[in-house]
Design a protein. Structure first.
Length: 378
């Protein structure tokens, strides 16, 4: 498919509308991604809650001591909590986001953290080196004001002493700028929450590249389907309009229909009025027509014609007129069919009055080249 042919498919209102909509959608996505509000979302995810001891079975000779005290006698137990502190938002948490009056920390209700929290995993070495814990009076610990970038985290282990009758609960406290409160959630209940940008750019480089290529191909196919469909619709409408013109012309009192005129009408239905104008231009003068024909006959034998198709448009039109019977060839001389010439002139005058040549037409590449020649002649 040539460039001009593809341009013909796109040169209709429906195709332009679809392409415009694609452009607007792309612009909206770009603007939305650029202006999307970045949020802070520090939260505590409880990854594990392990019961260290189980006194459900009554084993008389088993004693478990903590700080020289029998846990069995005091009705207490030990639990290990694994908690992930993560910045789940799009905004990096920097030191200026922390409130010195309400430092960030963690505490236990219905229990007591009996050992300083221990970092068992971190998303980067900076957090592993710089996160420090300070014990508070309310059975909790404060975190140092470290920078936690979007998606970064550190995981801690807590050893908790509690009564068998009470299940400890982890609570958060402190203030982060841009966040109402720090949520504590169970990791098993947390569904993967992907931001808009993460959804758009999820995957590796090769995944993104394959996605880009496939989206591009799908987009081109969609545009091509809409363009071809709308082009067919436009072609159908154009065909109906031309048939209506032919019907009106044949009903004119000044015109007497003959079967040989069908060649002119068929040419109009297939290629439009500009090709008829070119035919009319060539047969205005029989001597000039023959001069042009002899000149072109020599040209088609040359290397330049075979390479560049110089004069190919007029040569094609003359051959079409020979096929249609508008021109006859006898002894290497062309003669004009005067009856068909008269019909052609009447039909072109009729089309001009109907505004045929003021319309914006969709041309085949063949027609576009010929239109340029006509406009220069006129």
């Amino acid at each position: 498919m040539s460039e001009n042919t593809f341009g013909k498919y796109l040169d209709n209102y429906a195709s332009k509308t679809i392409i415009t909509l694609f452009g607007l959608v792309a612009a909206f996505v770009t603007i939305y991604a650029f202006w999307q509000e970045k949020t802070v979302d520090l939260r505590y995810e409880i990854i594990a809650n392990t019961n260290v001891l189980d006194f459900n079975a009554d084993i008389n000779k088993l004693e478990v001591l903590y700080d020289s005290t029998s846990l069995k006698k005091t009705g207490e137990n030990l639990r290990i909590y694994t908690v992930k502190i993560v910045n789940n938002g799009q905004e990096n948490i920097i030191k200026e986001f922390y409130d010195e009056n309400e430092p960030v920390g963690i505490k236990i209700t219905s229990g007591k953290i009996i050992e300083k929290p221990e970092i068992i995993q971190s998303s980067n070495d900076y957090l592993k080196r710089n996160v420090k814990f300070t014990e508070t009076e309310n059975e909790g610990f404060l975190f140092s004001n470290v920078i936690i970038e979007s998606g970064e985290y550190f995981t801690i282990k807590l050893l908790v002493l509690h009564k068998n009758s009470n299940i400890p609960q982890i609570k958060s406290y402190g203030k982060i700028a841009g966040q109402q409160k720090i949520d504590v959630v169970n990791a098993v209940d947390v569904k993967e929450e992907m931001t808009f940008l993460k959804k758009v750019y999820y995957g590796s480089f090769w995944t993104q590249l394959l996605r880009l290529v496939s989206y591009f191909i799908i987009g081109i196919l969609i545009i091509a389907i809409f363009a071809l469909t709308s082009q067919k619709i436009d072609s159908s409408r154009e065909k109906k309009r031309k048939k209506k013109n032919l019907s009106e012309f044949k009903n004119l009192k000044t015109y007497q229909y003959t079967r040989m005129d069908d060649a002119i009408f068929d040419r109009y239905l297939d290629n439009g009025g500009y090709e008829l104008k070119r035919m009319s231009k060539l047969i205005e003068n029989e001597k000039e027509l023959n001069d042009t024909y002899r000149e072109l006959s020599e040209q088609v034998k040359s290397k330049e014609y075979r390479r560049y198709r110089i004069g190919g448009e007029d040569w094609s039109v003359i051959n079409e007129m020979l096929n249609d019977g508008i021109v006859f060839k006898e002894n290497e001389k062309l003669s004009i069919n005067q009856a068909m010439k008269d019909t052609l002139e009447k039909f072109l005058n009729f089309l001009t009055d109907k505004g045929e040549f003021k319309r914006k037409h969709k041309y085949y590449p063949y027609d576009i080249e010929r239109r340029v020649v006509i406009e220069k002649d006129e």
